[in-house]
Design a protein around this ligand. Structure first.
Ligand code: IPE
Ligand code: IPE
Ligand code: MG
Length: 261
């Protein structure tokens, strides 16, 4: 057994009644798993806590999920952390979240270095508070060369804004005479999205039971398998991740073709 396998078995050592590492096929893992991390507020409310404490607790779930994905050998983990619509929340909550992003990234950078995780950020970072922006830049800088796994965080991300932005880039190229409208293919369009460097997610997980996309990856999720769990994000753990992967592996992906019968 090599060191990598040993670490994997140790991480998933204490199995649950309904799931263990043996229930997933390690040879057929999704290479990109994406998560809409939802339910922090409800988790806090259930405990009589402030919503902010739900967000703080959610950080632990993200750390556990990052480690689980590294151990499994997933290539890309992406997570929706703040939408273009989340600015509508009370200023206090927005401030807390922006502060939490900066603090968490600084605190977790050693994990990125230890596991060789590359950070990627999707969204309009120019609108973020200076401290959050600076911390994100530092994270991008320090991890740019790593290739064990990519962690992409969608922050001030909205899929419609992303598509409009890509359209503007291409329109500008056409206006300058560098591109013909007929040159615009699906591949070229995709290369102008924030997600240009990563394959489309094979698996999308949404926690806390909501059956909607909330303006997340509208283009990229065209053929992804969805897994929605009632588990609130702060309660999400390595076993929930395995359940999602098991469900994904039980599906038949057709991509518009015919089934296996
Ligand atoms: C997800 O949890 C975190 C963010 C959107 C930043 P919520 O804050 O949306 O939690 P609920 O949906 O209100 O429970
Ligand atoms: C989606 O969750 C955004 C993030 C998880 C960052 P929301 O809680 O904002 O979505 P809605 O409002 O329930 O659609
Ligand atoms: Mg929510």
């Amino acid at each position: 057994m090599d060191a990598r396998e040993e670490k994997l078995l140790a991480f998933f050592h204490d199995s649950q009644p309904d799931i263990s590492l043996a229930d997933v096929d390690l040879a057929r893992l999704p290479s990109h798993i994406s998560i809409i991390m939802d339910g922090n507020g409800r988790w806090a409310k259930q405990r009589g806590l402030d919503r902010s404490q739900g967000h703080v607790a959610g950080v632990d779930s993200l750390r556990e999920t990052i480690t689980a994905c590294v151990r499994l050998g997933v290539d890309v983990l992406s997570a929706y952390a703040f939408s273009t619509e989340n600015w509508k929340r009370p200023q206090r909550e927005v401030d807390l979240l922006m502060d939490l992003f900066a603090k968490t990234l600084v605190a977790e950078l050693p994990l990125f270095h230890q596991e060789h995780v590359r950070l990627e950020l999707w969204g309009d970072l120019s609108a973020l508070p200076a401290k959050t922006y600076a911390t994100f830049c530092r994270g991008l800088d320090e991890t740019a060369e790593y290739s064990t796994m990519t962690l992409a965080l969608a922050v001030n991300y909205g899929s419609r804004a992303e598509i409009v932005r890509a359209s503007r880039h291409l329109a500008r190229e056409v206006a300058r005479g560098h591109l013909e409208p007929g040159d615009i293919t699906e591949e070229l369009f995709a290369s102008h999205l924030y997600t240009a460097d990563v394959p489309d997610p094979e698996l999308l997980i949404r926690t806390s039971g909501e059956l909607r996309l909330s303006n997340y990856l509208l283009w990229q999720l065209a053929y992804s398998e969805f897994y929605v769990t009632d588990t609130l994000w702060p309660d999400f753990d390595r076993w929930e991740l395995l359940r999602a992967i098991r469900a994904y592996q039980s599906r038949e992906r057709r991509f518009g073709g015919v089934g296996r019968g």
